[in-house]
Ligand binder design. Structure first.
Ligand code: EPU
Length: 416
């Protein structure tokens, strides 16, 4: 298995090109199932999760013309199943459920199990679909969904679930009549999906608010869409400037998507210059301790909790970091401790007592964002950090070593 080896302790300076957003691209790929034709998607990030999503579409009968745009043909779909082998590799495979039942009135999707960061059930996806008239049965580990017709309804989400909202949005655009999604997710990726669906002919109001109203239409046209820059990738590099006391500009970048992260990094002593299409972070001499609570957008993203924690390990005081989205998203803590961090965890709260330095160590990636946190810690630590199980990183960070080398990091991938 590949390893990433980092010799830390140097400030990073320069510009980083941000790739297309993984969590925007995944629902958009699923949305190509809604109607036949040649869909065009630009700025698709080259990531392991995207390859998994394409394998799934291929399994359902889609064909591809590679390039930018990526052209996806979905006229001759002949499968309705997301098999266990793909869903266990990537939970976001459940995003095909909504589009398949909307177009074909049937789908068979492996029920995802728990994952490293939490139980992550899909009960809200399923109860929402039932409200649209879909019959749901659980058979041998699979969700079997079928319907004669989909009819719009009021759906209230107990929790503003990101992929749940996307699934219901995709199902409702082809349902008969009006659907209202209440307490819907407001993430920028949700807005991106709704915009793309609207350009395909869907009628959607309230996008970006917690109440989304959809008037079903009988037909959609293929999409032609450019994927927005990845806000979590951008935020990770901005945090790299903070933790290494360097100066990093990320571009393209939509600063509005990063307000909560920028606000917290500013409190921690990072200075920002916001451009039209770029954000520059200038690390402060001293890292100040800040408290963080993760929350659904526009709150502080859970997908940045691990990275900010790495930075707080080097702060000049104690930080309290509370994880409110996932029940087990502190897997990076024990690895950060191996690098000399002083962290204790009580329930969903981590108390991070900042230290003046971290030491390089062999560490193990446990999930995507935990891996990013260990890379950041390794960039700031004295000595060599060897990160194993880097396939987690490859799920969500395009050409990470190349991008970091370009701004002065000593980092290399050692093929295993
Ligand atoms: N939840 C339920 N029932 C459901 C759905 C969700 O109880 O039916 C709970 C979850 O267990 C969790 C909370 O609701 O406690 C929020 O989960 P959500 O459904 O919003 O998460 P998700 O859609 O599975 C997406 C991202 C994650 C990101 C979360 C939160 C994609 C493909 N994944 O997951 O991204 O952490 O939203 O923002 O969009 C990542 O990129 O590293 C990643 C994990």
């Amino acid at each position: 298995m590949d390893k990433i080896v980092i010799e830390g302790g140097r400030p990073l300076n320069g510009s980083v090109q941000i790739s297309g957003a993984k969590n925007a691209a995944l629902p958009l790929l699923a949305a190509t199932l809604l109607t036949g034709g040649a869909h065009r998607l630009r700025n698709i990030p080259l990531l392991r999760d995207i390859r998994t999503a394409k394998t799934l579409l291929y399994h359902l009968g889609a064909t591809f013309e590679e390039g930018d745009p990526l052209c996806i043909h979905t006229d001759n779909l002949d499968g309705f199943e997301a098999p266990y082998d793909l869903v266990k590799t990537m939970r976001a495979s459940v995003l095909v459920l909504g589009p398949l039942v909307a177009r074909f009135k049937r789908a068979r999707v492996s029920l995802p199990g728990g994952c490293a960061i939490g139980a992550r059930p899909i009960n809200l996806h399923l109860s929402g679909l039932q409200r649209l008239g879909v019959k749901i049965e659980l058979q041998h580990g699979y969700v079997e969904a079928s319907a004669d017709r989909l009819v719009g309804n009021h759906i209230y989400f107990d929790i503003p679930t990101v992929t749940g909202t996307a699934n219901l949005l995709m199902a409702a655009v082809l349902a008969e009549g009006q659907t209202v999604l209440e307490n819907a997710a407001r993430e920028p990726e949700e807005i991106e999906l709704a915009k793309c669906l609207t350009n395909m002919g869907a009628s959607i109001q309230g996008v970006g608010t917690s109440v989304i109203t959809i008037e079903g239409v009988s037909q959609l046209q293929p999409m032609d869409h450019t994927i927005m820059p990845d806000r979590i990738e951008a935020a990770t590099y901005l945090t790299a400037a903070g933790i290494t006391r360097g100066q990093i500009t990320v571009t393209p970048c939509i600063a509005e998507h990063l307000e909560a992260v920028i606000h917290k990094l500013e409190q921690a002593g990072v200075h920002f210059n916001i451009g039209e299409d770029s954000v520059q972070a200038i690390g402060g001499e001293v890292i100040r301790n800040v408290d963080i609570k993760t929350n659904p957008y526009p709150g502080f993203p859970t997908d940045m909790q691990a990275q900010i924690m790495a930075m707080m390990c080097l702060a000049d005081g104690e930080s309290i970091i509370t994880e409110k989205i996932f029940e087990n998203r502190f897997m990076h803590v024990s690895e950060l401790k191996r690098m000399g961090a002083d962290i204790s965890v009580e329930g969903n709260t981590a108390i991070v007592r900042g230290r003046s330095k971290l030491q390089g160590a062999p560490v193990m990636a446990t999930d995507l964002r935990a891996s990013a946190s260990l890379v950041l810690a390794g960039l700031a630590a004295k000595g060599i950090t060897e990160l194993s199980r880097v396939y987690h990183l490859d799920r969500g960070y395009t050409r990470l070593e190349e991008k970091l080398s370009g701004i002065g990091a000593k980092i290399e991938r050692v093929k295993g």
